[in-house]
Design a protein around this ligand. Structure first.
Ligand code: PRX
Length: 638
């Protein structure tokens, strides 16, 4: 690596950030070619970038050939084969943790890749992964990538019906799951949920099942295979499938403001280059440091910043099976002390929940190994930021508030740890390669500082999603039609007098609850499935731990005789159709909804009622029947 590329690849001073950013905007192709030169390619690219946001079509490193797992595993073996790649910390602190070196991870991935091939998996097949946070999950993801199969990880908190929808949307050929998963004191019967889902999934040929809880499960002959049997006798080397730069690496579903979840498609080369670059730089990862991202691999954060980013950088990455509250609210800090974690990355909702617990849960543990703290998933409020800074970082750890999305694949706006001066609740400045633009409602870019608008990105970055699986038109409509020639994030943002960005939250009908995206339309249609329910409107309202919570206004065919029982049934319906994360916090039975003469629900009014902010409801004159507003206000749940 020459000096110029060293400068572009690794930012070590505020000035280098400025230079890297400037280069990335002035000559993006040169900049990203410099970053990409550090990877293992089977063939170099013909062209760094081709793009047209009108179609939309984006290609990075076209013509190049690679396999991402060679970059995450093989290329580290000579230098750091015996170094720990993954530290796995179980749900139960009494159970032993496991460390897996790069050599071992390579062997396990190869072995399972051979098992997949043996079972007929070929390049391009879609494989659904519905697993607990156990080492086999990392192995399964990487093995899919090694054989060129497209993984679709479904968070193991989703219901059988959500799982079935995702399997069917991508016509997956196989599911990899486990007998069950431990979540604090609970056991979730993953295999049973999978079996229920598969009753309506014709494309599935095989199911691989990891034994985790040891609880008895049904194994269907000719379809279900135990993981340990599948890998038995398999060789522990496996030639990787050589992939094209733009070949699909994975599909990951995210909720939208309308309709069913969107299967975001990520490609191989651009995703690899960008997640590696942003991981190393934003966290300022130093060789040998222990890095812990508390997310689940079922979400994009786990894909990009537990697995692909850290592993491609040869890092030590912690995978945690449990929850922050088990066996008590000190668990995160116990794990930090136990594994001497240097970089700790979590969600604001977790910080707020831990903030509510007694400080003695923090003070019991030695957190002096910590060097950098991170947050992701939703805006962090200033109070939580200060609590994190003072009590966890002891005032000495930079906080990187990383703003990004499932769709963006990697960080968009984030401080560079210790280099970018931080401000509480600000995601601060764009990563190199990211060109944000704030837009007004009429589609004009808002220039200058101390302004607020809708956040768009006006130039492609390597890890952006390429399409929605099976629905390119929806991709175009959702992200590229609101503002011509720009990618629209769906978020609002402020840019302050220093050019720093503060994300203000969603401007569409997506609600972020405990860091999880939920589409109002999806919850409404789940509630409507209850046979007593006629119509529903769902809105978000502020919640001091979850960030936002869900408020449902429900019209029944007949006024319910027992509201509490019906509420319970509705919660069960939502849990069955989507999963427990989507359960409304409040359900109010109403006789009507505030609709305009054209039949559109005025959600603005419902949001105000849900937030107990009814002093000024704004103009209600266009409502078909303004009296419903008084009726709803009278019955509002505070
Ligand atoms: O509203 C933004 C919020 O989370 C959304 C993306 O959610 P998801 O695709 O599930 O990905 C979450 C993990 C990357 C965004 O549109 N969001 C994410 N990070 C932040 C944030 N809002 C404010 N500050 C953040 N740091």
């Amino acid at each position: 690596m020459n000096q110029a590329s060293a400068l572009m690849n690794t930012i070590t001073t505020p000035n280098e950030y400025k230079q890297a950013y400037q280069q990335s905007v002035e000559d993006p192709e040169k900049f990203w070619a410099g970053v990409a030169s550090d990877f293992l390619w089977r063939k170099n690219w013909d062209q760094v970038l081709q793009w047209d946001f009108a179609k939309p079509e984006v290609k990075w490193f076209d013509g190049a050939k690679l396999n991402i797992t060679e970059n995450c595993l093989d290329r580290h073996l000579l230098e750091r084969g015996d170094q720990t790649a993954i530290i796995w910390e179980p749900n139960d602190p009494q159970e032993d943790h496991i460390t897996i070196t790069y050599n071992e991870l390579h062997q396990r991935v190869c072995q399972f890749s051979n098992a997949l091939k043996d079972m007929g998996v070929v390049k391009g097949d879609r494989i659904c992964i519905y697993m607990p946070m156990i080492p086999e999950l990392a192995v399964a993801v990487l093995a899919c990538a090694r054989v060129g199969a497209i993984h679709s990880v479904v968070f193991a908190g989703f219901s059988s019906s959500s799982l079935a929808d995702r399997i069917n949307d991508a016509s997956c050929k196989m599911v990899i799951t486990a007998d069950g998963s431990y979540r604090g004191e609970k056991i979730v019967e993953l295999k049973k949920i999978t079996d229920d889902a598969l009753q309506s999934c014709a494309s599935i040929e095989k199911v691989i099942v990891v034994k985790r809880t040891g609880k008895e499960v049904n194994m269907q002959e000719n379809r279900d295979v135990w993981w340990h049997d599948a890998i038995d006798d398999m060789a522990d080397t496996c030639e990787p499938e050589v992939m094209d730069a733009e070949d699909m690496l994975f599909i990951l579903y995210t909720s939208g403001s309308t309709g069913k979840p969107k299967g975001m498609v990520h490609s191989s080369a651009g995703y690899m280059v960008y997640t590696n670059y942003t991981f190393r730089n934003a966290f300022q990862y130093q060789d040998g440091e222990v890095y812990w991202c508390t997310a689940d691999v079922g979400w994009i954060t786990g894909h990009s910043y537990i697995l692909y980013g850290p592993l491609s950088a040869g890092a030590v990455t912690v995978m945690f099976e449990g929850v922050p509250s088990y066996p008590d609210m000190g668990r995160f800090w116990q794990v930090v002390e136990k594994h001497k974690v240097n970089i700790f990355y979590t969600a604001p909702t977790a910080i707020r929940a831990l903030e509510k617990a007694d400080l003695s849960f923090v003070e019991k543990y030695d957190l002096s190994s910590l060097r950098v703290l991170g947050t992701v998933g939703e805006p962090i409020n200033e109070e939580a930021w200060h609590w994190y800074d003072k009590n966890i970082g002891k005032g000495g750890c930079p906080i990187v508030d990383t703003y990004w999305q499932t769709e963006t694949g990697g960080f968009m706006i984030s401080p560079i740890a210790g280099i970018t001066e931080t401000k509480p609740a600000f995601a601060t400045l764009p990563m190199p390669g990211v060109q944000p633009a704030l837009m007004d409602k009429d589609g004009n870019e808002i220039g200058g500082n101390a302004v607020e608008g809708r956040l768009t990105i006006k130039f492609p970055w390597p890890s952006m999603a390429r399409t929605i699986y099976g629905d390119h038109e929806r991709f175009k409509q959702t992200y590229f039609s609101a503002f011509e020639g720009k990618y629209f994030t769906g978020d609002g943002a402020k840019r302050d007098e220093d050019g720093y960005y503060r994300i203000t939250g969603r401007v569409d009908d997506v609600i972020i609850v405990s860091g999880h995206n939920l589409g109002t339309a999806e919850i409404e249609s789940a509630i409507d499935e209850h046979d007593k329910v006629c119509e529903t409107a769902v809105v978000g309202f502020p919640h001091d731990v979850k960030g936002n919570a869900v408020y449902a206004f429900v019209i029944c065919y007949q006024a319910p005789s027992d509201e509490d029982t019906l509420r319970k049934e509705i919660l069960e319906t939502v849990s069955d159709i989507i999963g427990p994360i989507a359960k409304p916090d409040k359900i109010q039975f109403v006789g009507g909804l505030p609709k305009t003469r054209s039949g559109k629900i005025m959600r603005r009014i419902l949001r105000k009622i849900a937030s107990s902010d009814t002093s000024n409801l704004g103009d209600t004159s266009t409502l078909l029947d303004p009296s419903v507003v008084d009726e709803i206000m009278a019955g509002a749940i505070n």
